[in-house]
Design a protein around this ligand. Sequence first.
Ligand code: UD1
Length: 370
Amino acid sequence: MSAPVQVICVVGARPNFMKMAPILEALKAYPRLRPTLVHTGQHYDREMSEAFFRELDLPRADLDLNVGSGTHGRQTGKILEEFERILLERPPELVVVAGDVNSTLACALASVKLHVPVAHVEAGLRSRNRLMAEEINRVLTDRISDYLFTTSRSAGDNLRSEGIEEGRIHFVGNVMIDTLRRLEPLARERSRVLEELSLAPGSYAVLTLHRPELVDSRETFLPVLGALEKVAAALKLVCPLHPRTRRRLEEFGLLERLEKAPGMVLLGPRGYLDFLRLTSAARLVLTDSGGIQEETTVLGVPCLTLRPETERPVTVAEGTNTVVGLDPGRIVSESLRVLEGKGKAGRVPELWDGRAAERIAAVLARALRA
Ligand code: UD1
C-alpha cells in the first residue's frame, strides 16, 4: 500500500462536534487517509465539549490547543499561532474545518499560509449581516478554501456570485443531519430528560439564546424577555442556558425574575442526546442558533428564529422555520399561531438524508488519490 495521507480535522466550539463526528467515521472507508483530530479548546466546559465527545462517539482529540475564551482578536490570534505550530511540526496534506466559528477561520488561515489545502464543510451560507462575527468567518474561510462543501443549492449560488470557481463547489447535503439521523433513536432510548422534567411530548416549547447581538445588550434583551415571559405563560418554556446568556442575565439582574416567571424552566447546557430528545418532542422551538433552525426542519417541529435574518434560507423556503426578528409583539403572536396549530409543517431539504459525510469523504479520497 502506498504512503498514508495525513489529514487534520479541526473542532473547537459546540456546533463543530456534531459536524465532524460523521466525517471522521466516513473517512474510515479510505484506510490510506489518516485523520488527526485537533480541538482548539474554544469551548472547554464539560457540558459544552467533553459531554459531546462521549455521546457522539468522537475519538479523544489527538491534540488540544487549550486556547479558551477571549476577545475575537485574542482568541483567533491564539488559535492561529497554536495551529500553525501543529502544521509545522506535522504537515498534513489537507485540513478540514466546519461551520463559522472563530476556530474555523483561524485554522483555515494558518493552513493556507503554509500552502496546506483546506476543505470547508458548510460553505456558502450568507446572512449578509456583517455585524455577525460568524458572517465574517464564513466569507473569509470560503475565500481561502480549496474544497467547499455546501448544504443547499442556494449556498452554491452564493459562492458562484462571489466568483468562486465551479470546480471547488460540492453540493453534498448536511453533515449535522447525518448525526441527528444516527442518534435520534438513541436519544429516544437513552435520554430521561422528559421524565426528569415531567414533560409530556407536545406540551412545551424549547428556547435557546446565545447570540451576543441579542444577549449582550440589556436594552435589546429586555423587551425580548418580556415577550418570552408571555409565551411561557401560554406554553411551558424550557431553556437550556448557554454560559454567556446566564452570565448576562446575572449581570443585568434578570436571572431571578426569569427563574420565577410562570412556565419558565431554566436549565444548564444539555448534552446532545438530551437536547435532541427535548427538541424532537417539543411543540415549538424558539432560537437564535443557526444549526437548530436546520434540526427542527428535519424533525418537523415549528421553529421561530429570533434574529433579523437567516443564513439558512432553505429552512424557511422548505422547512419549518419562520424568521420573526426581535419584535416582542411578533414573537408572541407567531408563538400563539403555532399553539393554534398553524405552525409550518415543511419538508426535508434535498440531500439532508444522513449521507453527506460519505459524499465528502468520497470527494476528498478522490482528490487525495487515497
Ligand atoms: C461560539 C461561536 C458561535 C456559536 C457558539 C455555539 C464564534 C465567534 N462564536 O459562540 O458562532 O454559535 O459558539 O455555542 O466563534 N464560555 C464558557 N464555557 C465554554 C465556552 C464559553 O463559559 O466552554 C463562555 C465564556 O464566558 C466565553 C463566552 O461563553 O467568553 C463566549 O464563548 P465563545 O466561544 O467566545 O463564543 P460563543 O458565544 O460560545
